[in-house]
Structures are given as C-alpha cells and as structure tokens.
Ligand binder design. Sequence first.
Ligand SMILES: Nc1nc2c(c(=O)[nH]1)N=C([C@H](O)[C@H](O)COP(=O)(O)OP(=O)(O)OP(=O)(O)O)CN2
Ligand SMILES: [Zn+2]
Length: 143
Amino acid sequence: MYTLKSEHSFDSAHFLAQYEGKCKNIHGHRWRVEVEVQARELLEDGQLDGMVVDFGSLKRDMKEMVDHYDHALIVQQGTMRKETVSCLKGEGFRILEVGFRPTAENFAAFFYRRMRDRGYDVKRATVYETPTNSAAYEEVGGI
Ligand SMILES: Nc1nc2c(c(=O)[nH]1)N=C([C@H](O)[C@H](O)COP(=O)(O)OP(=O)(O)OP(=O)(O)O)CN2
Ligand SMILES: [Zn+2]
C-alpha cells in the first residue's frame, strides 16, 4: 500500500459553546490540516506513471478546500444570537457558520469526508489545533 501526505494551514478564530474554561472565549489558531491518501497500485499512465496522484493536484485540492476557512470566525450554528451574527457580518467580518462544534476532531472528520467526496481514497485526516495537539479521523476500509 502506498500513502501520500499533504498539508495546508489556515488561521481562524473559533470558540467552544457550552465549554467550561478559556476555550469558551473567541480565540485563534493556526489550524494545520494533514490529509493522507492511499493506493494499492501506482498509476502507469504517461505523466502520472509511478504516482498515487500528482502532488500538485492533491496540493491544489487541499488548498482550495482549506483556504475557505482562512481568516474567519468559525461559529457552530445556533450558538450565537442571530442578531450578533448579522451585526458582525454587517461590520464586514467573515463569519462562517458550521453544522458541528468546531473541535479538531470534528474538523478532521469533516476534511476527511470532503476529500473523499472529491474522489480521493483517504486514509486519514489529521487536524492540529496547536503544534502539540491534534486529532485524526479515519474509516476502516476506505473507498
Ligand atoms: N479534544 C479536544 N479538546 C479540546 C479542543 C478540541 O478541539 N478537542 N479544543 C479546545 C480549544 O479549542 C482550545 O483552544 C485548546 O486549548 P488548549 O489545549 O488549552 O491549547 P493551548 O495550547 O492554547 O493551551 P495553553 O495552556 O494556553 O498553552 C480545548 N480542548
Ligand atoms: Zn481553540
């Protein structure tokens, strides 16, 4: 089995609603996203001969997916008053509402599924919230 790994980062703020501790406050992270894709056999076609996938394509798809979350305030839907969200948006702030609690675990599963939906045989997605804290998500069986 071959495994390729690519990573991309985004800088964003979030907070954990219903959290007793400092993380209930809006704070920022440099989120580092690592995605590993796998293949049993290598491609044998011209330009892609000897590759699982072109690193260039993998990097481009990762960047496109991850950059959407860059320089934003990520808010779990329903955890901030609608008026607050519209005021912040009205001030021109980039607010991204997500349907999950924005933890490293949930982001790992989210990015795993997004890359799988793009057609990659994803082995694992790992999200670093800080240089020393990360969460990984994988599914048995892959594609
Ligand atoms: N299992 C998880 N636990 C926590 C998560 C998470 O995503 N998964 N997230 C948080 C907070 O977002 C928080 O920012 C992380 O806080 P902490 O571990 O305290 O990180 P710091 O490195 O910033 O801590 P210092 O003590 O200031 O160095 C909490 N838990
Ligand atoms: Zn945090």
